[in-house]
Design a binder for this molecule. Sequence first.
Ligand code: 13P
Ligand code: SF4
Length: 363
Amino acid sequence: MSQVELVDSRAQLAADTDIVKQYLDQAVPAKPLDLSEQQRYQEQIKELLVARNARLVAHYYTSALLQDLAEESGGFVGDSLEMARYGKDCDADILIVAGVRFMGESAKILSPDKTVLMPTLNATCSLDIACPVEKFSAFCDEHKDRTVVVYANTSAAVKARSDWVVTSSIAVEVVEHLMEQGKKILWAPDKHLGSYIQKITGADMLLWDAACIVHEEFKARGLLAMRKLYPDAAILAHPESPAAILEIADVVGSTTQIINAAKTLPNEKFIVATDRGIFHKLQQVAPDKEFIIAPTAGDDATCRSCAHCPWMGMNTLQSLYQSLSEGSNEIEVDPALAQQAMIPLQRMLDFAAENKLKVRGKA
Ligand code: 13P
Ligand code: SF4
């Protein structure tokens, strides 16, 4: 019999909210640059990348400037699975990861001999914050009969405690694979992604209780109203969004899967429930199509994110230049921990290489 159980940890969540607020206070928007300053930074960064044999690896939620710079300088822009894969396979001495901390840590774990820098080490993730390793480890100890599957948005220590690491582009396939082996799953930390995987697969899953502060804000009532305004639009949603959003969506997938859907679906309009940083790539791959951000505000709006991750927003040209020129903000992971965390991360990369990843839609 399938089971889904949400670990009720309200006190923990309240504490986490305070911690999230403290982190958000550090996410101060950067001073805007004028065009000549911007061009100067871009040129200097490109020169430094060549001189240091470094590659810029950026996530789709970072600014358009950083995404373009990554591509123009021979680096890479992608989802979190692809960033990990690229970082491991490329022949650079230095990776500079524009994203959030877990992405830098994954790069370091998979490439222990490379230097991994980040524009800022303060760019974290609400899911990582809400899954401290001591509590998580105790939870795993209470459920030793379960296979531990964690989302990539976690610390190195949490990964080291897991059997599998997954990203949203591969989570359903991995859980299906484990189900075929008769395994029961302990899932952490994103409850929305966990519930979505459980619904698709019917797996026996015990879920940690945490959420992404950005996707949590999408509002189903507003989305239904928007669909009435744009009846021909397809709705594309990231699976970190609440269940009510995913039920309405036509396609649910990782950032890359959302971009591929926009490219291949015949619709001319799309309503998109994920961080608005992705619009830069969406407009590049489908310049004749129209993209509309899903609503985050409602009558009871508590929106602090407005569909943009405050931590992704901490990656700027200035902070990137500073880190690269000084060699500062280096990611360090305890080697013993890294060795342990590499096992489930490498398992994910091997699984991804062997399996064709699909976009999940209703069609
Ligand atoms: P992707 O793996 O889809 O890029 O998502 C990462 C993330 O943090 C989404 O909020
Ligand atoms: Fe974490 Fe959400 Fe930001 Fe992604 S968008 S890095 S899940 S807080």
